[in-house]
Structures are given as structure tokens and as C-alpha cells.
Design a protein around this ligand. Sequence first.
Ligand SMILES: NC(=O)c1ccc[n+]([C@@H]2O[C@H](COP(=O)([O-])OP(=O)(O)OC[C@H]3O[C@@H](n4cnc5c(N)ncnc54)[C@H](O)[C@@H]3O)[C@@H](O)[C@H]2O)c1
Ligand SMILES: *[C@@H]1O[C@H](CO)[C@@H](O)[C@H](O)[C@H]1NC(C)=O
Ligand SMILES: *[C@@H]1O[C@H](CO)[C@@H](O)[C@H](O)[C@H]1NC(C)=O
Length: 317
Amino acid sequence: MSSSNMKIITVVGSGLIGRSWSMVFISGGYSVKIYDNQPGQSANAIKEIRKQLEELEGAHMLRGELTATQQLALLSSYDDMAQALEGAFFVQECVFEQLEVKQSVFQDLERLVGTDVILSSSTSCLVPSDVFSKVQNRSRCLVSHPVNPPYYVKLVELVPHPETAASIMDITHALMTKVGQAPVRLRKEIDGFALNRVQAAIIAESWRLVQDGIISVKDIDLVMSEGLGMRYAFIGPMETIHLNAPEGIEDYMKRYGVGITRVLNSFGPVPDFCGEGSKSIVNEMCELIPNDRQNLSARTERRDQLLMALAKLKKDH
Ligand SMILES: NC(=O)c1ccc[n+]([C@@H]2O[C@H](COP(=O)([O-])OP(=O)(O)OC[C@H]3O[C@@H](n4cnc5c(N)ncnc54)[C@H](O)[C@@H]3O)[C@@H](O)[C@H]2O)c1
Ligand SMILES: *[C@@H]1O[C@H](CO)[C@@H](O)[C@H](O)[C@H]1NC(C)=O
Ligand SMILES: *[C@@H]1O[C@H](CO)[C@@H](O)[C@H](O)[C@H]1NC(C)=O
């Protein structure tokens, strides 16, 4: 097995995220071997990707320098894990979000690849020390957490196991940059990583404000989509405050730090998301957008169209 030329990536699990990663990697010119343990599933994934690449090319939204046909030629599908791993220097795991399933997949992977092959997990909610607990040599293991849909939302959180080698973080960071993603490094693992921790804080305060009768579901969503979100597509909270006082961040905190602390101290406890108290929020949301398949898909499609347009805008600026 040779992984010396660093041209082949294996994607393990060909669901939503496995297909997206495959599209991202081929857009950067890598050969991608897709494996799924459901026979025929990885072949189906390629059919689905072909359709998407053709649509993207038609819409002038195809990523990378290669045509859709050239990118498709880089893809192959496997029902056999060992064959799928042959020649790969990097493995991106995208199987079900179940700890036991991931642990056993990484045990198999370690058995089948050389010691220099990087083993990367797409997990959104499991920490590396759990995911890789059954791997012997964890220095080449890490989490590369994408955001859905990765083709338009480019952030990737790189999260090390306590034993992950710095060089493995560096190589993965370079790979993600090369294929056009936007990698960030966490210096150590933490439950929720960075993105989901920030998201949890936003969800919690939004939920409390609605539950406490301060604002409607519709209006709290507008606070984000027409307010904070307008900036956050381009600058984060740190640059936001840096620009919002004449002399930058320190000046901002001199002026507003006390107010922010006062507001933070008034935050309520973790809300009840599923009990009696959640029912009126659920009803209010479902009145705006009924939770049947049709309505939800229509809104999902709208979201992805808008994300595509935003990705284009960001690319051009
Ligand atoms: N969907 C998202 O929004 C999102 C975002 C970021 C990260 N993730 C993470 O990505 C991973 C995959 O999520 P998804 O939404 O693509 O799931 P999915 O259910 O769409 O796909 C999982 C695929 O893995 C295959 N699979 C299951 N066990 C396997 C095994 N032992 N070996 C090989 N293949 C196997 C399944 O057949 C299926 O095709 C999860 O860890 C999830 O947390 C998902
Ligand atoms: C563990 O993995 C690292 C990084 O890939 C490698 O350099 C090292 O030789 C491996 N150690 C063993 C004991 O296999
Ligand atoms: C959305 O839901 C409403 C009410 O359930 C239904 O009448 C309508 O057909 C749905 N719209 C779409 C696009 O599915």
C-alpha cells in the first residue's frame, strides 16, 4: 500500500455528508474512493453526485478548476473497505453518528491502513477521545467537523485528540485550504467544539426570550436574519466589536463591558426544550412553516439557494 503521492482520499460512509466531502475533495483535484457498508450505496452516491455536479456546472457554481466530467472521473465506489483504502493518504469517516459504530469503524481502519495515513472523523457531537478510544496509535487521528452543506458553507473545525501530532493538524489544515474549505483549529477538544457551543448559546437565549413572552418566534428569527446575521456572514463577533468603538476592542469593552456583563447576569437557566413549556413555541413555529415534508423541503431548498448566492458573493469579495 502506498500513500506517498498524497493524491487519493477515501470517504467512508456515503450519506449526505460523505457525498458532500467527496464533491469538495474532487473539486480540489483529488481522487476519491467512496466506501459504504450497505452494498450498492456508494455506487448510488456517485449517481447522485453526477446529477449535482451537472446542475452546479449549469449554474456556474461548480467549485475548482476542473469540469464536471473531469471531476466525476476522479470518483470510484467500493463495497469492500480494504479495496477502498488502497493508496489513500487521508480517510474521512462519515458514518452514522453513533459512538459504537464509529469506534468499530476506526478499529477496522487502523488495521487496514499504513501508520502514516491520516484518520479523520466528521462527527458533530462526539469528542475525539471517545471516537478514537479503540485506536492504538491516535497521533494521526483527528476530527474534521464540516457544516451542512459543506459545498457552500466552508468552515471545517479541526479538533485534535489529546495525542494528535501537530504535523497531522498542519497537513489536514493545508489539505482543507487546498480544496477551498475554511479550516479552523481547536487547540484541544471540548464538548460541542466551537460552532455548536456558540450556536447553543444563541438557541438558548432565543428560546428563553420567546418562552418568557418577550418576542415572537417570527421576530426573534428576524433579529438574526435581518440584524446580527447580516454582519456575521463576513465578520465575526470579535471584529464586530473591534469596529464598533472609535478605538477598537479595548475601547468597546470600556464603554459597553459593564452593560454586557449586566445583561449576561440576567440570563435565565438552560431552558426546557421538550416539556410542556416548549409546546407553544413548537406550535408558533409550525404555524409559520408547517412541519410536513413538503413545506420543510420547500424551505430547505430556499435556504440552500440563498446559501449558494451568498457563497458566490463571498467568493467575489
Ligand atoms: N448531516 C449534517 O448536517 C452533518 C453536519 C456535520 C457533520 N455531520 C456528521 O457526519 C456524519 C454522517 O452524517 P450524515 O448526515 O451523512 O449521515 P447519513 O445517515 O446520511 O449517512 C451515513 C452513511 O454511513 C453509512 N454507514 C453506516 N455505518 C457504516 C459502516 N460501519 N461502514 C461504512 N458505512 C457505514 C450508511 O450506510 C450511510 O450511507 C455523522 O457523524 C454526522 O454527525 C453531519
Ligand atoms: C503512530 O503514528 C505516527 C503518525 O502517523 C507515526 O509517525 C508513528 O510511527 C506511529 N507509531 C506506531 C507505533 O505505529
Ligand atoms: C404547506 O402546508 C400547508 C398546510 O399544511 C399545505 O396546505 C400546503 O400545501 C403546504 N405547502 C407546500 C408547498 O407543501
